[in-house]
Design a binder for this molecule. Structure first.
Ligand code: ADP
Length: 474
């Protein structure tokens, strides 16, 4: 079975968040399972691309509105990621360093999708499944079915996975000219609330859509930035499949980015060495429980709650706990988090920025990982934390609800709270301090969580089952 994954991110080529992790791992596991998986990304002028060999496998031009765009398809020569990697290179549009946030982002992603469709149409490829990820690829299912240009492929089943339903990639009808000729009888399929909405279009037009956790599938009907009614009416075609983690990249027993290996059956010594290294780097005492946060500093993640929640905790539990933040995002939150450094110099440190290597050490060296998310489609951080013997402290939402059981419950291992309020975060910090002081309990929980299996094998099998249901003839 040949699967094309379309995505804006893929680790290690370009990663901003969980989307990159998933698209860097799932195709690898699919290849191992005997499928032919390929990832098609926009071209990014980044380290991985600069340091590896690529062949140009296709060249053509197509139209974006009135503008003729020359494009090339680059293929990584050795399939070193464990799957075929293709980049769509369009000089002036898809040749930049950053993944998002350019003013012409809509044009970038439309051009990317059109070039992909043009390439597979004219190079006579015959994918069995086209698997689109998030809104950047959301127009593909509609265009395949309703543009005369791609009729040859109109029967190709499409799967659309929602990694983040808060972002829709919507734009106004003034950009309709960027789309090729489409059957206007069906133009309503790309519309939502009087604009073109790629996320809505993909939910309506893909053969099946999936979310990255079962709870998130339900929650989108209540909170999806205006698409609640759509998710309610389309719910029967939705399927929640929890993400796995790449156990090669995230392996505490062999991770070259951490200070000491951590053995799943005897984690204490490895955990301590990593904690000592991490605390030394940030000038914190390794004697106290260390609660970390890693992630994008955005409202979805509840990061705006952190400054006040940390300040209240450090005032309530003086000299009893340390906090460490690794994140980047909203400027206001970044500034508020940086201000705490002066207020609590002995018990708090922030690193404002993105640092993949440091993230590994933080998962390995912290005792607890705090995730006060308001919305969490799956959440990978808690899964990495579990694998590195770090107790997750999470708000019960989306994938966090599906993957973390409170330690007060049968076979539990985490600390869970219900609401995005300071009092519940501060109470959870207290539970963490008390747990830390009970070394026997903490040791037991560490072993319990490090024995959990969140590898891709189970989740990848669910995607295979889904693909098979859409391709009964294969
Ligand atoms: P989302 O995709 O919503 O950002 P996920 O939990 O699915 O959230 O994935 C986040 C990924 O990004 C994890 O691999 C996490 O370690 C990584 N990450 C987020 N912020 C940073 C940062 N500042 N430095 C390093 N890694 C980060």
């Amino acid at each position: 079975m040949k699967i094309f994954h379309l995505s804006a991110e893929c680790y290690p080529v370009a990663k901003v968040g969980g989307l990159g992790d998933v698209v860097g791992a799932l195709p690898k596991y699919q290849t191992l399972a005997g499928m032919q998986a390929a990832v098609v990304l926009p071209f990014y002028n980044r380290k991985f691309v600069q340091e590896n060999e690529f062949d140009i496998v296709f060249e053509a031009s197509n139209l974006l509105g009135k503008q003729r765009l020359e494009f090339q398809i680059w293929k990584e020569s050795t399939d070193k990621l464990g799957f075929e990697l293709y980049l769509i290179y369009i000089p002036g549009l898809l040749d930049r360093t950053e993944v998002y946030s350019y003013p012409d982002e809509r044009e970038q992603f439309i051009a990317y999708q059109l070039a992909f469709l043009d390439w597979i149409t004219w190079s006579q490829q015959k994918p069995d499944i086209i698997h689109c990820h998030d809104h950047h690829t959301g127009l593909v299912p509609f265009l395949l079915q309703h543009s005369a240009l791609y009729k040859r492929l109109s029967k190709t089943p499409t799967v659309f996975t929602i990694h983040n339903g808060q972002y829709h990639g919507a734009f106004g009808y003034e950009k309709f000219i960027y789309l090729p000729e489409v059957d206007m009888n069906y133009a309503g399929l790309i519309d939502w609330a009087g604009g073109i909405n790629p996320l809505a279009a993909a939910v309506k037009c893909s053969d099946r859509y999936t979310t990255v956790s079962p709870s998130y599938l339900e929650e989108l009907q209540l909170n999806s930035n205006g698409l609640e009614y759509l998710f309610f009416t389309e719910r029967a075609r939705g399927l929640g499949i929890i993400n796995g983690i790449d156990t090669e990249v995230w392996n505490p027993a062999a991770d070259a980015m951490i200070a000491a290996k951590i053995a799943a059956d005897q984690p204490e010594q490895g955990k301590l060495k990593n904690k000592q290294a991490l605390c030394k780097r940030f000038g914190l005492s390794p004697e106290l429980p260390l609660i970390a946060f890693i992630g994008r500093l955005v409202v979805e993640k509840g990061s705006d709650l952190l400054p006040e929640a940390i300040s209240q905790s450090l005032t309530a539990y003086v000299g009893k706990v340390n906090f460490l933040i690794l994140g980047t995002g909203d400027k206001e939150t970044e500034e508020a988090l940086e201000l705490l450094n002066a207020q609590f110099p002995d018990n708090y440190k922030s690193y404002i920025g993105y640092n993949e290597e440091l993230a590994h050490l933080v998962y390995a060296g912290s005792d607890f990982l705090l995730m006060p998310s308001r919305v969490e489609p799956c959440g990978l951080n808690q899964l990495y934390a579990l694998r590195y013997g770090t107790v997750p402290i999470v708000r019960r939402t989306g994938g966090l609800k599906d993957t973390v059981i409170d330690f007060g419950e049968e076979d539990g291992y985490g600390i869970c709270f219900n609401n995005d309020t300071f009092i519940e975060i501060v109470n959870s910090v207290n539970r963490a301090i008390v747990l830390f002081e009970n070394t026997a309990h903490l040791a037991l929980l560490r072993k319990r969580m490090m024995a959990l299996d969140f590898s891709w094998s189970q989740s990848a099998a669910q995607y295979t089952q889904l693909y098979k249901s859409l391709t009964p003839e294969i």
